[in-house]
Write a protein that binds this ligand. Structure first.
Ligand SMILES: [Zn+2]
Length: 331
């Protein structure tokens, strides 16, 4: 029997050929994003706002583009890609935290004492598809975790205020990036979990990493007790030919599966709070990871349409005054 052209090559050879094509595609995508970015930066397109305009227009979201462009004339756009609204969002968050501090410690509180009693906590919710339905479901699932945390917290008197961040991750590219192994390990677990749950398929390489950053007035032990295993990841894996179910905490996290950090001792209370409360309201126009090169400190550019979709997604999800991005406990 005559072998087909394909059959005349070994699996390894075919795989190598496939890899070469993939590399070429990645290289091409890298160049496109880079040139788009710099053409956007050129001449009148000097600001992120202009890049966002182009991004939104490229996907036909003219209304939202107009709203952001005309922000301030009667109505604030509340997009976190708008400099003034982004600052407002961070300020709003900061004020909520400060209000709690005053309620608990009084207005003449000792800054160092308060700093020592606060924690910066990060929760990995899940990785989902880059669309509004999947994101909505992920948020709903996390809402349930917070409800359970509130029930357990009923009488302990601790408080916490967190806001979501939806970070766009290109899984294909992430696989090629060598940096931040901690983040990669956590993402790998979450992708396995999403695939096991069926909320993500092998083909979904563009994903949203849903997580939150918050400030808690609690001890580490109190957080452990309140959170339990709500933030542990669960997935199926094959071991010795058998499918087994794994439940574990996210790599490098505390027992609860959350990242729990103390406030920086060397920084003032104000600086610590400002840092955390503005963190989630960054106007991302780049990936936070780099993959094709390490020439961009802040990560590589998100392509125009994806950026447009991300800006639109936030606008659809965040609610008025960013209300839907918040989760609170004991407040
Ligand atoms: Zn605005």
């Amino acid at each position: 029997m005559v072998k087909t052209f394909k059959e005349q090559f070994s699996d390894d050879e075919r795989r190598a050929s496939f890899e070469r094509i993939k590399e070429a595609l990645l290289e091409e995508s890298y160049k496109t994003r880079k040139s788009e970015f710099y053409s956007d930066l050129a001449e009148e397109y000097k600001f992120i706002k202009d890049r966002v305009q182009k991004a939104l227009l490229s996907i036909g979201c003219n209304d939202l583009a107009d709203k952001i462009e005309n922000c301030g004339r009667g109505k604030k756009c509340q997009s976190i890609w708008c400099e003034s609204c982004r600052n407002n969002a961070a300020e709003t968050y900061k004020n909520k935290v400060k209000k709690q501090i005053v309620a608990k410690y009084g207005s003449d509180h000792d800054e160092k004492f308060v700093s020592d009693n606060l924690l910066h906590v990060t929760g990995h919710c899940e990785v989902c598809r880059f669309d509004i339905d999947s994101l909505g479901q992920a948020i709903e699932r996390d809402k349930i975790r917070w409800r359970k945390m509130r029930e357990r917290n009923a009488s302990s008197g601790i408080w916490g205020i967190a806001t979501y961040e939806f970070e766009l991750i290109d899984f294909e590219f992430m696989l090629r990036s060598n940096e931040d192994e901690k983040k990669q390990a956590a993402l790998a677990q979450m992708i396995k979990q999403a695939r096991t749950q069926g909320s993500l398929s092998q083909d979904d390489s563009h994903v949203l990493w849903v997580h939150w950053h918050g400030i808690f007035c609690a001890t580490k032990d109190q957080i452990e007790r309140m959170v339990g295993d709500l933030y542990h990841v669960e997935y199926d894996t094959v071991k010795n030919g058998e499918t087994i179910s794994v439940k574990e905490r996210v790599k490098k996290t505390a027992e609860s599966g959350l990242f729990v950090q103390e406030f920086h001792k060397s920084k003032s209370l104000e600086k610590n709070i400002t840092g955390i409360t503005s963190y989630n309201f960054k106007n991302a126009v780049r990936y936070k990871h780099t993959f094709a090169g390490s020439d961009y400190k802040g990560g590589e550019e998100i392509d125009r349409q994806d950026l447009g979709r991300l800006v639109k997604l936030y606008s659809d999800v965040q609610g008025s005054n960013w209300r839907s991005l918040y989760r609170e406990i004991g407040v």
